[in-house]
Design a protein around this ligand. Structure first.
Ligand SMILES: NC(=O)c1ccc[n+]([C@@H]2O[C@H](COP(=O)([O-])OP(=O)(O)OC[C@H]3O[C@@H](n4cnc5c(N)ncnc54)[C@H](OP(=O)(O)O)[C@@H]3O)[C@@H](O)[C@H]2O)c1
Length: 260
């Protein structure tokens, strides 16, 4: 039995990932805050042959989080843990700036929780000599987007953390993949201001992510050519990248499109 944990399973990408893994021989542990959505998802996944468990552990509470992670490692560590839960905020209608309380909440779920999970599960997987951690970053990690500073920072942090974990854990038979999606249709994506070129449906994204996980790819980034373009933003001199972002409509004036 392959045990797969997915956080943020109530979201668009989380639900699509659950559907990809919902087959006989797999046990899914689906984490989410919306019980009704989770229950419906569990029914669908059981229908296609998976065993399903649900969790609503409070990820932002260290005691609750570590107790849940400890239970996941009994009797042995999960095979795949996809740390997917996340949120986005932006600088608002007139680019007035992100409310700090929102930025603080974002940093907790987007960065602190993935680090806490990576820290705890990394040690347990290292000791067990197997397992795979999957961290959900974003193409926004390559170069900060003026409309979403905190989100960009959190995803850059997740990318760096995942890359570092991979190097640490590879000699012990533990895989780590960092996922860097472009625009994938979801609540979060549609609430974000600015252009959304090469928008993918979550089902397509989930298939590509699962294929990358199967191959233990260090970086699972898509779609081409957006991933290639964003990679260049990280490589070029920062002044040029800033000008390119303005040229392509990602400057701060687009925070909500108030001036157009
Ligand atoms: N969609 C994109 O274009 C895109 C691009 C790059 C990266 N990503 C990343 O992909 C991941 C999934 O996003 P999505 O597009 O599927 O968005 P989504 O549909 O809005 O789903 C977000 C998920 O995260 C969960 N979540 C948010 N805050 C939480 C908290 N404080 N505690 C527990 N769970 C929380 C949500 O749970 P509730 O249902 O309870 O709110 C939901 O399951 C995120 O990490 C996101 O940053 C998305």
């Amino acid at each position: 039995m392959t045990r797969i944990v997915i956080t943020g399973a109530t979201g668009a990408i989380g639900q699509a990932l659950a559907a990809v893994y919902a087959r006989p021989g797999n046990q899914l542990i689906l984490h989410g805050r919306q019980r009704d959505v989770l229950e419906r998802l569990a029914d669908t996944c059981r229908h296609t042959g998976a065993e399903v468990e649900l969790s609503q552990a409070e990820l932002g509470d260290d005691d609750a989080l570590f107790a849940w992670l400890d239970s996941l490692c009994t009797p042995t560590v999960p095979d795949i843990v996809i740390i997917n839960a996340g949120m986005n905020i932006n600088i608002g209608e007139n680019g007035s700036g992100e409310p700090w309380e929102d930025a603080s909440r974002l940093l907790e779920i987007n960065l602190r929780v993935p680090m806490a999970m990576g820290n705890y599960l990394g040690k347990r997987m290292r000791a067990a000599g197997h397992g795979q951690l999957v961290l959900m970053s974003s193409l926004a990690a390559y170069h900060g987007l003026p409309v979403t500073p905190s989100y960009s920072a959190s995803k850059a942090g997740v990318k760096a953390y995942g890359e570092a974990l991979r190097g640490w854990l590879a000699p012990y038979g533990v895989g780590v993949s960092v996922v860097m999606p472009g625009y994938v249709s979801s609540k979060m994506c549609h609430e974000m201001p600015g252009p959304k070129p090469f928008l993918w449906q979550p089902e397509r994204a989930a298939k590509v992510i699962a294929r990358g996980i199967e191959r233990n790819r260090a970086r699972i980034s898509f779609p081409f050519p957006l991933n290639f373009g964003c990679w260049w933003l990280a490589v070029l001199p920062a002044a040029i990248s800033q000008r390119l972002l303005t040229l392509f409509g990602y400057d701060h004036d687009h925070g909500g499109g108030a001036h157009r």
